[in-house]
Design a protein around this ligand. Structure first.
Ligand code: NAD
Length: 282
């Protein structure tokens, strides 16, 4: 039976390290601005989790709420003010945005040095070509988990299921950086199982409950489950059939308590990192 990768525990230990880094900032308080538009329930929940995590660590968090009807130009000028605000080191615009606002323009309005989500094309590009960058929180959190578990990626075959800009694509890039051989699967992949069965590491990020079963993995594979779905009873569950995969894998992340806690931790990590860069501690 697989070792269970405890995301909560790893996140907690990373947060302790961040506390020390904040203490070393000599009076500078890292600041995160979160822009929340409209009243999407899930977005509100995510934002309040992020704010609470900031408070617990001594990171200043500022919530800017705007109505669903906000104009794109008002949103862009708010972002510009935050770009100029020296008390703010990270800016995050909670997605999704209302349909009348162009997501690309909003993401590109945030200066790359404060883009702690790692979605700006400069940061996306630097993930590929090198240089100082912020990496997207979910895949970067997964990398930290794998490192913490002592899972060596060199020469391993990693199969990433999903190709979104926030999870799948950057996940593959980060794995490649650590010298894994990377395969991407997605909704148009002809034979998903044929690929995942070959993987030493499967990262499931499709958002489909039970997409990955024991039949999809080889004996001893590492299964990283990014999915956040609801089962028929409304319970939070991942993309992997947890019980059957656990019996066959060498290590697996649970849902909840796996990737989720790492994602928020990496947002804190990027914010602290940004404060260090701005105050030249680093
Ligand atoms: P998305 O909907 O943008 O992307 C899903 C991807 O899965 C797409 O690239 C699509 O091609 C692929 N896909 C869809 N059906 C497939 C199939 N049958 N076979 C193979 N691939 C298929 O979603 P996302 O934003 O990348 O998120 C993916 C999942 O991860 C969601 O469940 C989301 O809630 C969850 N998520 C969790 C965290 C966390 O912190 N735990 C963070 C972000 C996203």
């Amino acid at each position: 039976s697989a070792e269970i990768i405890d995301g909560k525990k790893i996140a907690q230990s990373m947060r302790e390290q961040l506390k020390e880094r904040i203490a070393n900032l000599q009076g500078v308080t890292p600041g995160l601005a979160v822009v929340l538009i409209g009243d999407n329930q899930a977005s509100q929940t995510y934002v309040s989790m992020k704010q609470k995590a900031c408070e617990n660590l001594g990171i200043y968090s500022r919530l800017i709420r705007m109505p669903e009807s906000v104009s794109e130009s008002d949103l862009l000028s708010t972002i510009n003010e935050l770009n100029e605000d020296s008390t703010i080191h990270g800016i995050l615009v909670q997605l999704p945005l209302p349909a009348h606002i162009d997501e690309t323009s909003v993401i590109e309005a945030i200066i790359p040095a404060k883009d702690v989500d790692g979605f700006h094309p400069i940061n996306v590009g630097r993930l590929q070509t090198g240089g100082e960058a912020f990496y997207p929180c979910t895949p970067n959190g997964i990398m930290k988990m794998l490192e913490y578990q002592g899972i060596d990626l060199t020469g391993k075959h990693a199969v990433v299921v999903g190709r979104s800009n926030i999870v799948g694509k950057p996940m593959g890039q980060l794995l490649l950086k650590e010298s894994a051989t990377v395969t991407y699967c997605h909704s148009k992949t002809a034979d998903l199982k044929a690929h995942t069965k070959q993987a030493d590491i499967v990262v499931a990020a499709a958002g489909i409950h039970n997409l990955i079963t024991a039949e999809h993995i080889k004996e001893g594979a590492v299964v990283i489950d990014v999915g956040m779905n609801r089962d028929s009873e409304g319970k939070l569950c991942g993309d992997a059939d947890y019980d059957s995969c656990k019996a066959k894998a060498s290590a697996i992340t649970p849902v909840p308590g796996g990737v989720g806690p790492m994602t928020i931790t990496m947002l804190l990590f990027n914010t602290v990192e940004s404060a260090e860069r701005f105050s030249k501690v680093k």
